[in-house]
Design a protein around this ligand. Structure first.
Ligand SMILES: *Cc1c(COP(=O)(O)O)cnc(C)c1O
Length: 424
């Protein structure tokens, strides 16, 4: 430091002390840690980046396959692979033995096909349809289509007739989630209509499936009810003459905790990205998983401030005494939750610090407690925890949400850097 912090000034007062304003300049020379090495292969410096470890993703998938034994694996890569990047993650998952990919929207499925993942490389199931499809593009791209209601079957069959391309359909039963899928009282009608279309050569019922409401809460009464409901829906489908190639029900928590739900195929998302879907039961390491995404930034400013200084919009943090503040160039536009205000954890120079005051659109501040790391030094927001840094689960807990939301919302403005790309 180049002088004592101006703790005797009125908080935040520039006026009347022009001679001292120099103390509020960035402390570019006060280096207490090693040189920042935060550059990419081209030597470019980044404001921030999300590192995605594809070797960890492959290892996670292998661990899930080992744990489950027999069933096929559908790698769920919806929402840009939970923020990790759909294409690289899909390719890594296929390398590690997944044979299916799962997406929510048709656009996500079509983008994977357009990027070169052909029907010979992977089956892709897409489950979030709205009127208009696009059914024909999906048929021509060889995408498996979830059907959870009669309107969807009717639109799909019209597209099959127009295009001349038969469909591969997965009938979705609502066994209790109360979200998508067909209610039990409509199920026999949907099954019969699908069977008729199958007999006409318009489609194949490739799958019967459902989704859990509370597989992440071991012992929740809905779990057994859904297992029973699924068995009943399957029995009705089979009694109607359907012979689905894959029957599937298990998301990540069910993949980890409910072997009786595995059937022919499991659909892990979060666990493949190395995060625990059941943090109350165990962390990633307890399931042989390692977090795939790390989020880092570079300090954009380090400065001394007096005690009693308000920090960020609304002054929801006031410095308890003279101290140093660090500016982190990430904000809610980058997916840093505004709920992290005064609570989100980061690691700088080996020490945990907390977001001071409100997270703004593009930046937030941390109280460095008098330390003076260099501008450009690395800020670890979350990672695997192996360097002692916070994890996405720590952020989730701090913000009252789940780790799914933390990683998925990391914005497009944050470049992704892929490591572990070469298959070992
Ligand atoms: C998102 C999703 C999954 C994966 O859920 P995770 O808990 O992340 O494993 C599986 N199936 C469906 C239908 C989904 O929407």
């Amino acid at each position: 430091m180049d002088g004592p912090p101006g703790g005797r000034r009125a908080a935040g007062a520039f006026g009347g002390h022009p001679a001292r304003s120099g103390r509020l300049t960035p402390m570019t020379t006060a280096k207490t840690t090693g040189p920042a090495t935060f550059t990419d292969a081209d030597g470019r410096h980044h404001r921030a980046e999300a590192t995605v470890d594809l070797a960890a993703l492959r290892a996670n998938l292998a661990a899930l396959r080992e744990r489950t034994g027999g069933p096929a694996v559908m790698a769920v890569v919806k929402a840009d692979a939970y923020g990790h990047g759909a294409l690289p993650c899909a390719l890594a998952a296929l390398e590690a033995g997944a044979s299916w990919l799962g997406t929510a929207t048709p656009e996500e499925a079509l983008a994977l096909r357009a990027a070169g993942i052909g029907p010979d490389r992977a089956r892709i199931l897409c489950w979030l349809w709205t009127p208009g499809g696009p059914w024909e593009q999906a048929l021509r791209a060889g995408v498996d289509i979830s059907v959870g209601g009669r309107w969807a079957l009717d639109e799909l069959l019209a597209a099959v007739r127009t295009s001349g391309v038969p469909a591969r359909v997965h009938l979705k039963a609502d066994t209790g989630l109360g979200r998508g899928g067909c209610q039990p009282h409509d199920w026999p009608g949907l099954v019969a209509a699908a069977r008729r279309a199958e007999a006409e050569g318009l489609l194949t019922v490739a799958g019967v499936w459902s989704h859990f409401a509370a597989a992440d809460e071991p012992g929740h009464p809905s779990i057994q009810l859904q297992l029973d409901g699924f068995a009943a829906a399957l029995a009705q489908a089979e009694a109607a003459g359907l012979r689905p190639e894959v029957r599937h029900l298990a998301n990540s928590p069910a993949t980890l905790l409910l072997p009786q739900s595995h059937y022919d195929l499991v659909r892990p998302g979060l666990a493949m990205y190395g995060l625990s879907p059941v943090p109350e039961v165990g962390g990633p390491a307890d399931f042989g998983l390692r977090p795939v995404m790390s989020l880092t930034a570079r300090l954009a400013l380090v400065k001394e401030v007096p005690g009693g200084h308000g920090v960020s919009y609304g002054h929801h943090y006031t410095t308890p005494g003279s101290t140093t503040l660090g500016l982190v160039p990430l904000g809610y536009a980058d997916g840093i939750p505004r709920h992290a205000s005064n609570t989100g954890p980061v690691q700088i120079g080996g020490k945990w610090r907390t977001v001071a005051g409100r997270v703004a659109m593009d930046q937030f501040v941390v109280d460095l407690g008098g330390d003076a790391p260099a501008v450009g030094d690395e800020v670890l927001l979350f990672g695997s925890g192996e360097r002692g840094e916070p994890t996405a689960e720590d952020w989730a807990r701090a913000c009252g949400t789940i780790s799914y939301e933390i990683v998925t919302r990391i914005g497009a403005r944050v470049p992704r850097r892929y490591v572990g790309t070469a298959q070992g």
